[in-house]
Design a protein around this ligand. Structure first.
Ligand code: ADP
Length: 474
C-alpha cells in the first residue's frame, strides 16, 4: 500500500468548477485496486463541511493566516477526506476562487497558502497514525505545499508529485507578501518560485516537487514550448527528465451509456435516437433538419476557442446542421451565443447544469471542442463513450484521445472523430463541412460511432501509471 495525500481546491462531487474536480474525485477509487490508499485534503467550504460524516479534529493551529484552522478527518460522499476548517478563509458563498460578483477573493494567496501549509504539516506529522508517503499536489492552489515541506526540514522523507491541470493559472502573488505567506526569501529567485518579480505558487510546485505530471502526453510536450508554456516552458524543459503525461479518464459509473444515472432512458443505439429526439424537443430545435446535431458543454473562455465556432457556424448551419450549447463564463461570449441562438437551428443555455450536460452528450450526434489549448479535456471522452462523435482541435489531450477520420484511418476503420489544424475559424469551418459529409454517409458514420464507443476512456491504464509513479517516489 502506498499512502498518498492528494491536495486540491476542488473535488467531485463536493465542489467543482472544472475538470480538476473530476480528476481529484475519481482518483481515490481508481487507484485503490492498484495498492494506493489516497485521501484528499480540501478546504472546508460550506458544501464540504455539510457532507463530512463523523468528522474528527486531527490537527489545529491558532493564527493560521488570520484565524484558527482545524483539520477534520472523516468520510464525505464515499471519499476519505481531510477538511481544512478555517471559517475566516473558507466559510463564504461564491465559488472556491471568487465571490458571486465574479471578483477573485483578495485573500486567495493566504487561503491556499493555508491549504499548502496544513498539507505539509500532515505530511510531516500524519493524522491518527496515518502517515502519508507521498503528497500529490494539484495546480497552483497546492504548489506552496512543496515549499513548506522543504522549509520544515523534516527527518521523515515524503515524496512529492505535482500535477499540472492547466498552466494558464500561475498563482501569482506580489513579492511583498513573502513574509505574510510564511515563505523564506532564500528560494525567492530564478531557480526558486520567483516569476517575473512576483511569487508564483505554480512555479513553486514545478520547481520543488520530485516529479511533475500533466494530464496528457501531448500537453506534456507542448508545455516545453514557448507557444504553450505561458512563460514556464524553460522550467518545464529544465525538469524534462521528471515530467510525464498521464491521460485523465472518465468516471465510468457516472458517464455510462448502458445505465446513465441521470438519464435512465439511454440504452444503446435506440437510446441514442430517443435521447436525440428528447434533446431536440427540450432545446426547441428542428426535428426535420438534415444535418448533424452538434453539442458543446464548456466554460465560455478564450481557451475553449468558441469564438472560432461563432465565426465558423455558417459552415454547419448551411449544411442543415444544428447546434446546442450549454456553458457559462465570459459575458461577451455569452451574449454572442445568445444572439446566434436567434437562428432556429441554434439553441443556447447559459448556466451550469450537470443533468442537462448528460442529456446533451447523450443526445448529440457530434460534440465540438475547438480549444486553442486543452491539457486533456473531458467532454470529448464523454462523447466517445456515448457515440457522440468528437470534432476537436489538434492540441493537448484532444490530440491524444481522438483518431482523426482521414482517408487512411477510414479505410482501416480506426477513425473515432475529426481533428482540425491550424486552430483557426477557417480550419474549423472545413472540419464542420467534413463532419456534415461524413454524417450524410450513414454506413461510414455508424462505423465511426461504433469505433468511438469502443475506445477506452476509463481510468485503468492511467491509474496504473500513477500508482507506479507514487511507488517510485515514496
Ligand atoms: P476545464 O477543466 O478546462 O473546464 P474539462 O473538459 O477538463 O475542461 O472539464 C470540464 C468539466 O466541466 C466537464 O466535466 C464538463 O462536463 C463540465 N462542464 C463544463 N461546463 C459545464 C456546464 N455549463 N454545465 C455542466 N457541466 C459543465
Amino acid at each position: 500500500m502506498t499512502r498518498v495525500l492528494s491536495v486540491a481546491s476542488e473535488c467531485v462531487p463536493l465542489v467543482k468548477t472544472g475538470g480538476l474536480a473530476d480528476v481529484t474525485g475519481a482518483l481515490p477509487a481508481a487507484l485503490a485496486p492498484y495498492g494506493v490508499d489516497m485521501r484528499v485534503l480540501l478546504p472546508a467550504y460550506p458544501a464540504v463541511l455539510a457532507a463530512l460524516e463523523n468528522g474528527r479534529e486531527v490537527m489545529a493551529e491558532d493564527g493560521l493566516f488570520g484565524g484558527r484552522g482545524t483539520v477534520r478527518a472523516g468520510r464525505a460522499s464515499g471519499l476519505q477526506v481531510f477538511a481544512l476548517d478555517a471559517p475566516h478563509l473558507f466559510d463564504r458563498g461564491g465559488n472556491p476562487y471568487m465571490a458571486a460578483n465574479g471578483q477573485d477573493w483578495p485573500d486567495n494567496p493566504e487561503r491556499f497558502a493555508a491549504l499548502g501549509w496544513m498539507a505539509a504539516r500532515l505530511a510531516v506529522e500524519g493524522a491518527e497514525g496515518w502517515m502519508p508517503q507521498v503528497l500529490h499536489l494539484h495546480d497552483w492552489q497546492a504548489g506552496l505545499a512543496a515549499v513548506y515541506l522543504r522549509q520544515m526540514r523534516s527527518a521523515r522523507r515524503v515524496g512529492t508529485v505535482f500535477t499540472v491541470h492547466n498552466i494558464a493559472f500561475s498563482g501569482s502573488v506580489p513579492a511583498d507578501r513573502l513574509a505574510a505567506l510564511r515563505l523564506d526569501n532564500t528560494d525567492y529567485n530564478l531557480e526558486g518560485f520567483e516569476f517575473y518579480g512576483r511569487i508564483s505558487t505554480l512555479k513553486a510546485g514545478l520547481v520543488f516537487s520530485d516529479r511533475i505530471t500533466t494530464v496528457s502526453p501531448t500537453y506534456a510536450r507542448e508545455l516545453m514550448t514557448p507557444a504553450f508554456g505561458m512563460g514556464l516552458d524553460g522550467v518545464m524543459r529544465a525538469r524534462a527528465a521528471h515530467v510525464t503525461g498521464i491521460l485523465n479518464g472518465v468516471d465510468e459509473a457516472v458517464w455510462n451509456p448502458a445505465a446513465d444515472p441521470v438519464i435512465p432512458s439511454y440504452r444503446g443505439p435506440k437510446g441514442k435516437a430517443r435521447s436525440r429526439a428528447a434533446l431536440i424537443e427540450t432545446m426547441a430545435l428542428d426535428p426535420d433538419a438534415s444535418g448533424p446535431l452538434c453539442v458543446v458543454v464548456s466554460r465560455l473562455s478564450a481557451q475553449k476557442g468558441l469564438d472560432l465556432l461563432l465565426e465558423a457556424l455558417p459552415a454547419l448551419l448551411d449544411r442543415g446542421g444544428q447546434l446546442a450549447l450549454l456553458g457559462s463564463g465570459d459575458p461577451m461570449l455569452e451574449a454572442a451565443f445568445l444572439t446566434a441562438a436567434e437562428h432556429p437551428r441554434v439553441a443556447v443555455r447559459i448556466g451550469y447544469d450537470e443533468a442537462l450536460s448528460h442529456r446533451m452528450i447523450a443526445g448529440g450526434d457530434a460534440i465540438l471542442v475547438p480549444s486553442r489549448f486543452e491539457p486533456c479535456g473531458l467532454t470529448q471522452l464523454y462523447g466517445l463513450r456515448y457515440g457522440t462523435v468528437p470534432l476537436v482541435a489538434l492540441t493537448g489531450g484532444l490530440a491524444d484521445t481522438v483518431i482523426h477520420a482521414n482517408s487512411a484511418a477510414l479505410a482501416v476503420g480506426v477513425a473515432t472523430g475529426i481533428q482540425f489544424h491550424p486552430i483557426t475559424a477557417a480550419a474549423l469551418a472545413e472540419a464542420l463541412a467534413d463532419l456534415c459529409r461524413l454524417y450524410a454517409d450513414r454506413p461510414t458514420w455508424e462505423r465511426i460511432r461504433k469505433r468511438a464507443m469502443a475506445h477506452p476512456v476509463g481510468w485503468q491504464g492511467s491509474a496504473a501509471a500513477y500508482a507506479a509513479l507514487f511507488a517510485d517516489v515514496s
